[in-house]
Ligand binder design. Structure first.
Ligand code: COA
Ligand code: AMP
Length: 631
């Protein structure tokens, strides 16, 4: 069956399509049906089935004779080490860790926060939670203590599992002081913490609260897999929304298993036993789905890469990893390829490595610009597949499904909707638009299995953020169009979310930090185009009247505040003091116009603007920062 037949097969019988896909999963009790729409527009999948994620990702492969196959390869250029963990070893390690967590009181439904760098122990911690039916929430290491504290208060974890440190090129990231600071800031206190001590930095443990990763597992009874209901939350992953409060996306257990397993062959075109590599971080959704869960559920070998595309040690690192481990499908963010291309435009490093094992490159996380896609396709000589998805969905909404059919590539488009997704372009009134017309991208409800059924502790916000603008649809927050051939084109976000080096960030969250500076009366943060990172945040600060301190000092403090409270990953380094912000007559800040002026793209004077002269002041301020670039 080709793509069109597969998509139509889903459309004409979604229930049959998903029940069929569910057969690839080991159930403790089979579900009686796929969709449960009794609580629509909150939908659930495989709700009356009983299943365990860890069993499906680990134990069943050992039972089926894959115990000796590598499950995880940890390739860490920053520490100069490579380790392999077989499925058999992984089962034993995870069962022991789960046993130790249980001995300390962690049970089904308890939350566990995981704050770890790219080490296999991060995946083991995730899988140990899944084994017990505990709900993990992984927090990206590049976030600061305050962001961790916000998540601790929302998830209310019984336990936090962390590493002593992470390693960024040129510096050790001291996780433990960040963790201690976060626990101090948070109102909720975990019962206990487990610290994985790395040799690069041994952290001080707090007696009575912190356990050493190894010592606490000594002599415990390994835990078996605990079957959970199909709709039981597998994890919560916080992502950026419009405000400073992150959204806790819930991932339901059974749909997650069924859908991720389906994608491995159909989208990524790998068979069990093949090596699959997603160069991302476990703190992001790509890491959850395609470093940890999907490859393991499908019986692949997954690579945990602790390094950067450049500088660890050079722009040939990716090619070395692909060659050394015989990677068949490779997934990363376009920004990583932009970094390589900038450093090694002729791809001279590539000539040193035989990467004929590689069949395809997959890009996601941000818009894949045509220059980068063409460069990658030209240098690698394999299909370059852009695909579009979000933390909320957990896997691709649109892709070129190589395992079904290699559709013609249109550079700049993530191709076509995947089965499960009825994608529509809507105007402001919620009416479907014609091919070629730009509008809001929405997905007709229900969303497919594995996508978010709700937000943790925030059903009203879930409904407001995703369901209310277009009744009967899920609002993606992206704008774009569909062309005459049914290909999707993703053009921009419709909210205040920006994408910096493939990392999703909230300008609203940064504004909240800046507004707390004692000299800042008002502020705006926008995302400006950046050649390497796609976008960079830029702040405009209006000072409280009477403030006479040098502007550079205030700007410096503001930059430090964002780094300190949100984290280095925000990459907030550009800010400028202005007298006033451009607003509509009703007082709304005109951020979109500011973006266009900064990017040097065409813009029209908004009819609703209160005082057009302010735009000249903004342009003058931008000039001092060197924007627009080259103009
Ligand atoms: N822990 C602590 N700090 C981290 C971190 C982590 N896990 N990840 C990033 N940071 C820090 C970096 O050290 C950097 O700090 P600095 O301001 O002191 O230099 C800052 O956060 C910004 O990091 P990053 O966005 O990674 O930029 P970079 O300049 O270090 O590297 C790229 C640029 C393009 C090489 C890098 O962004 C990259 O590899 N991107 C791939 C993106 C990706 O995997 N996205 C996931 C979605 S698929
Ligand atoms: P995240 O939730 O971090 O995965 O970010 C999701 C957002 O990243 C989407 O809503 C898009 O704005 C953007 N995005 C992800 N993949 C793509 C893509 N292939 N093309 C364009 N934008 C993308």
């Amino acid at each position: 069956m080709g793509y069109a037949e597969t998509y139509n097969a889903w459309k004409s019988d979604p229930e049959g399509f998903w029940m069929d896909a569910a057969q690839a999963i080991d159930w403790d009790e089979k579900p009686s049906r796929a969709l449960f729409d009794e609580n629509a527009p909150i939908y659930e999948w495989f709700k009356d089935g009983m299943v365990n994620t860890c069993w499906n990702a680990v134990d069943r492969h050992v039972e089926a004779g894959r115990g000796g196959q590598a499950a995880i390869i940890h390739d860490s250029p920053v520490t100069g080490t490579v380790h392999r963990i077989t499925y058999g070893e992984l089962r034993n390690r995870v069962a022991r860790l789960a046993g130790a967590l249980r001995a300390q009181g962690v049970e089904k439904g308890d939350r566990v926060i995981i704050y770890m760098p790219m080490v296999p122990e991060a995946l083991e911690a995730m899988l140990a939670c899944a084994r017990l039916g505990a709900i993990h929430s992984v927090v990206f290491g590049g976030f600061a203590a305050h962001e961790l504290a916000v998540r601790i208060d929302d998830a209310a974890p019984k336990c936090i599992i962390a590493a002593s440190c992470g390693i960024e090129p040129g510096r050790v990231v001291h996780y433990k002081p960040l963790l201690d600071g976060a626990i101090e800031q948070a109102s909720h206190k975990p019962d206990f913490c487990v610290i994985f001590q790395r040799e690069q930095e041994v952290a001080r443990l707090e007696r009575g609260r912190d356990h050493d990763w190894h010592a606490f597992q000594y002599g415990v009874k390994p835990a078996d897999c605990v079957p959970v209901e199909g709709d039981h939350p597998a994890y919560i992953l916080y992502t950026s929304g419009t405000t400073g409060a992150p959204k806790g996306v819930i991932r339901p257990t059974a749909g997650h298993l069924v859908a991720l397993n389906w994608t491995m062959k159909n989208i990524y075109n790998v068979d069990p036993g093949d090596v699959f590599w997603a160069a991302s971080d476990v703190g992001w959704v790509v890491g959850h789905s395609y470093i940890c869960y999907a490859p393991l559920i499908h019986g692949n070998t997954t690579i945990v890469f602790e390094g950067k595309p450049v500088g660890t040690p050079d722009a040939g690192t990716f090619w070395r990893v692909i060659r050394d481990h015989k990677v068949r499908s490779f997934f990363t963010a376009p920004t990583a390829f932009r970094a390589i291309k900038r450093e090694d435009p002729e791809a001279k490093e590539l000539a040193k490595y035989d990467i004929s094992c590689l069949r395809a490159l997959y890009l996601a996380g941000e818009r894949a610009d045509p220059d980068t896609v063409n460069w990658a396709a030209d240098k690698l000589g394999v299909p370059v597949i852009d695909h579009w998805w979000q933390t909320e969905t957990g896997y691709a909404i649109a892709a070129n499904p190589l395992g079904i059919e290699h559709l013609p590539v249109k550079v700049g488009s993530p191709s076509v909707p995947m089965p499960g997704y009825d994608v529509q372009i809507l105007d402001e009134g919620g009416h479907p638009m014609k091919p070629g017309e730009l509008g809001a991208i929405a997905v007709k409800l229900p969303l497919p299995p594995g996508t978010l059924p709700n937000l943790w502790n925030a059903e009203a916000r879930f409904r407001k953020s995703y369901l209310e603008t277009f009744p009967g649809y899920y609002e993606t927050g992206d704008a774009g169009y569909v062309d005459e051939d049914g290909y999707l084109w993703i053009m921009a976000r419709t909210d205040d979310v920006i994408n910096v080096a493939g990392h999703r960030l909230s300008t609203g969250a940064m504004e909240e930090v800046l507004a707390a500076h004692p000299d800042v009366a008002e502020c705006a943060v926008i995302g400006v185009a950046d050649e390497l990172k796609g976008q960079l945040p830029m702040g405009f600060l209006c000072l409280t009247s009477g403030v006479t301190r040098p502007h550079e000092e205030i700007v410096k403090e503001c930059v430090a505040m964002v780094r300190d409270q949100i984290g280095p990953v925000a990459a907030f380094k550009l800010a400028v003091v202005v007298d006033r912000l451009p607003k509509t007559r009703s007082g709304k800040i005109l951020r979109a116009i500011m973006v266009r002026i900064a990017d040097g793209t065409e813009w029209k004077m908004p009819a609703t603007i209160d005082d057009p002269a302010i735009l000249d002041e903004i342009a003058a301020a931008l000039k001092t920062l060197g924007y627009p670039k080259g103009g």
